[in-house]
Design a protein around this ligand. Structure first.
Ligand code: NAD
Length: 271
């Protein structure tokens, strides 16, 4: 069992947990994820690691309550435990001195961008971060992102904070004003697809895919995605891929595969 040592509500239906998992915290690197199961009958869900603290032995996860499992998870309190918490899974982000890197985080996707931006900064890059949310109250980890970035730019869809528009509107401006060596984007699939449309092929654009996953160890194939015309397993070969090579149509189609089952689960209650 993995004890929740701290719980915070960052925005409506967006929650943060610090989870006691010393073995995972010791090995975790930016870009990796965990898979958890709330209880015996629960489904397994992957969550990209938002932060890790080796000294405290904790892993920070941030999730939005969007379905049955995330709602059950959100009901847990500090002091409660999560049944299964497995990781770190997936390949870590590539952290090198690239030059200028733009880190784009949309909505809850700001959380997994944070450790990547921090590591890129520590590696000597100029990190320009762009974060966006639907409205000011949905924006998370602005201060955290500012602390690890050379420059932070903010957009909200409704204009209630920062510039009015999408993160891609800001990105277009940054690309026209300075030389960018790499872009890292995490958020909804449509956002990552649009980021890849905005960046020219000459700028490596890394995205973190979060398809449906079951075992997370490369056996079941549930998380398959098509990258560069080849089938890849996001759990063991990702979750990060070259965004210009991703078949976005397939990513979006597969993400909606269990919408009906999710609706039934929500109506039925329980797990
Ligand atoms: P959202 O729909 O509120 O969008 C967040 C921001 O993304 C928007 O404010 C906007 O700036 C940008 N965006 C959205 N649609 C866009 C478009 N068509 N063009 C350009 N920019 C666009 O996001 P949300 O409700 O917070 O959803 C978060 C999503 O992120 C979920 O789908 C979740 O699965 C995904 N996510 C992925 C990871 C990961 O590791 N890959 C981690 C956390 C969340």
């Amino acid at each position: 069992m993995f004890r929740i040592v701290a719980k915070k509500e960052l925005a409506p239906r967006i929650k943060l947990f610090d989870v006691e998992a010393p073995e995972i915290a010791r090995k975790a690197r930016p870009g990796q994820f965990i898979i958890l199961r709330v209880d015996e009958e629960g489904e397994r869900i992957p969550l990209t690691i938002a932060d890790f603290d080796q000294k405290k032995g904790t892993i920070t996860i941030i999730f939005q309550e969007v379905g049955k499992t995330t709602e059950l998870l959100g009901e847990l309190q500090a002091g409660d435990s999560i049944l299964d918490f497995v990781g770190p899974l997936g390949c870590p982000s590539e952290i090198e001195r690239f030059g200028t890197v733009v880190c784009v985080g949309g909505g809850v996707g700001v959380a997994p961008v944070f450790p990547i931006a921090r590591a890129l900064g520590e590696a000597g890059n100029r990190v320009v971060s762009i974060i966006g949310a639907r409205s000011r109250d949905m924006l998370i980890w602005e201060d955290e992102m500012r602390n690890v970035s050379s420059e932070l730019l903010v957009a909200t869809d409704d204009g209630s904070y920062g510039i009015k528009g999408f993160v891609t509107d800001i990105l277009t401006g940054v690309l026209s004003r300075e030389k960018v060596d790499r872009v890292v984007a995490i958020g909804p699939a449509v956002m990552m697809r649009e980021v890849c449309r905005v960046t020219p092929e000459s700028i490596p654009t890394v995205v973190s895919l979060n398809p449906i996953m079951v075992d997370g160890t490369g056996m079941c194939g549930a998380c398959r995605v098509e990258v560069g015309g080849k089938t890849r397993f996001a759990c063991v070969e990702g979750p990060e891929f070259d965004g210009h090579q991703v078949n976005w149509e397939l990513v979006l189609k597969r993400s909606k595969m269990f919408v009906e089952e999710e609706r039934i689960a929500m109506e039925r209650g329980g797990c």
